[in-house]
Design a protein around this ligand. Structure first.
Ligand code: PNW
Length: 493
């Protein structure tokens, strides 16, 4: 299909302008909201928490656009009851949050357990369960204990695999009687590429962009496998839970019917998903990565591959946006990781047409049809695994000029969720085994290098007035949708 036709019929894309209702999904389909520890908890110097690489990174001038940090964030550490009340009132089934490693082991090493950290997460988990909300817990969402970075090089050192195993096991042992859904890593790609190639995420390294990202990804994969192996050997039977890995993927649509563009789009997907899923399903990195990267790509031993094989009970997909991909010998994208992919990512053409409406973040365009394609791609290429969409959403620019009620009426976000969910329902009909959808995010929060200048929340946080919480139109839309009051009417017409 010509690129223009794909988005001619309206603001946000094709088939998805119609209605969507709860009954388009199986009754046991999970609807949740997501956050991560450093982005929402705050209390960074309280409760015995040790520093993480993000505390240190935020102090480097110029790294965070508004020079902010997660010291207070949105203070969920002290307001978790209020936040859980909101999740319950909106009618969500599940809350995906992450555990801060340095709140459990302040120096990361695994000898000195911080009881206050255990107590905090026990309270959080118990309060969720009292309200009938299932916890989905991520062990690593980018906040490595600073001591592990300083003393041994963090993810660059293979020894990290053991330390991660100890930390993971401590979480299974303490929380696994109640937590039935575990994620080892959130988006290992972003840690590898933004943390070790571009230096725009902690720990901010860009010295060896052609080797470090691949080493860091390798060690994250091995740490993932180690944690899963511990869980399956010692906890899974007793506790009856499941464990998976969360990957991020922009859909890559070939820019034309030319073979070289189709191959470039396929290569792009191998560099995002295949980098992590190929070792797990097929025993090595994708061939095209080996071809393009040669010795820069580490090798697995037979034993490691054995451990990695089938090491996911489900695939978590963080999906926000899509791009058209064109073959490019000399890629316009900067940095080693993108150059190696020999492609151009296209969101806008010379004529001004765009792949979708733009959200606030540079990289985020609203492209509903991409999520259906991404889900079908995973289903076909990776043996139709159970998939949870563990994050999906869009952001508005922080702007304190308009009155708050205007900020709360987030019409484009409502359209985003309606249209993306309609496409998820289609993917289920196509045969993809999709089990859940988590909106990013429960509430506005610390958006990494963008600080507090971008707002992804269903709930508005008033940073100027005591961090008070105010549900946006999208939150009320979910409330009606989850009750079954959305979509049915227009559907029958
Ligand atoms: C995710 N991209 O990161 C993270 O898991 C969240 O912590 C974050 O707040 C959220 O998305 C919004 O940014 C991403 O460049 C970072 O495509 C970058 C991309 C996608 C997701």
């Amino acid at each position: 299909m010509a690129k223009k036709e794909m988005f001619e019929d309206g603001d946000v894309g094709q088939a998805s302008a119609g209605a969507v209702s709860r009954t388009d999904f199986p009754p046991n389909f999970v609807f949740g909201v997501a956050t991560s520890a450093y982005q929402v908890e705050g209390a960074a110097s309280e409760g015995g928490r040790g520093p993480s690489i993000w505390d240190a990174f935020c102090r480097n001038k110029g790294k965070i656009v508004d020079e902010s940090d997660g010291e207070v964030a949105v203070d969920q550490y002290h307001r978790y009851k209020e936040d859980i009340d909101l999740i319950a009132k909106l009618g969500f089934d599940a809350y995906r949050f992450s555990i801060s490693w340095s709140r459990i082991f302040p120096d990361g090493l695994g000898a000195n357990l911080n009881d206050e950290g255990i107590t905090y997460y026990n309270n959080l988990i118990n309060t969720l369960l009292e309200k009938g909300i299932q916890p989905y817990v991520t062990l690593y969402h980018w906040d490595l204990p600073q001591h592990l970075h300083d003393s041994m090089g963090g993810w660059l050192n293979k020894q990290i695999v053991e330390y991660f195993g100890t930390y993971a096991e401590t979480c299974f042992a303490n929380f696994g009687d109640r937590v039935k859904n575990w994620v080892t890593f959130n988006e290992p790609l972003q840690t590898a590429v933004n943390g070790y190639c571009y230096g725009i995420f902690a720990p901010g390294r860009s010295e060896n962009p052609s080797t470090e990202p691949y080493l860091v990804a390798h060690h994250q994969l091995l740490a993932h496998a180690a944690a899963v192996s511990i869980y399956r050997k010692k906890y899974k039977d007793k506790q009856g839970g499941q464990i998976g890995l969360v990957l991020d993927c922009e859909w890559a649509e070939a820019n034309s019917d030319k073979l070289e563009d189709k191959v470039a789009a396929a290569r792009r997907l191998d560099f995002q998903l295949g980098w992590y899923l190929h070792p797990i399903y097929y025993g090595d990195y994708p061939e095209v990565m080996r071809e393009r990267l040669g010795d820069q790509l580490p090798k697995f031993s037979d034993e490691e591959i054995e451990m990695l094989r089938n090491s996911v009970d489900f695939v978590g997909l963080n999906h926000y946006t899509s791009r058209f991909i064109a073959h490019a010998e000399d890629s316009p994208e900067e940095g080693h990781f993108y150059k190696a992919q020999m492609m151009a990512r296209i969101a806008q053409w010379e004529g001004g047409e765009s792949i979708g409406k733009k959200a606030a973040s540079e990289w985020l365009y609203v492209v509903p049809w991409g999520i259906r394609k991404a889900l079908n791609y995973i289903a076909h290429r990776y043996q139709n695994p159970p998939i949870y969409i563990t994050e999906s959403g869009m952001d508005d620019e922080e702007n304190d000029t308009p009155p708050i009620h205007e900020m709360l009426d987030d019409k484009l976000r409502v359209t985003y969720f309606k249209s993306y969910l309609a496409e998820v329902a289609q993917a289920i009909e196509d045969g993809a085994d999709v089990r859940g959808y988590f909106a990013w995010s429960l509430l506005d929060n610390f958006e990494w290098a963008q600080g507090y200048t971008k707002r992804f929340g269903l709930i508005y946080v008033d940073y100027k007035n005591g961090l008070s919480r105010h549900p946006k139109s999208s939150a009320y839309w979910f409330l009606r949708f989850l009750k079954g009051d959305e979509g049915e009417h227009s559907k029958k017409e």
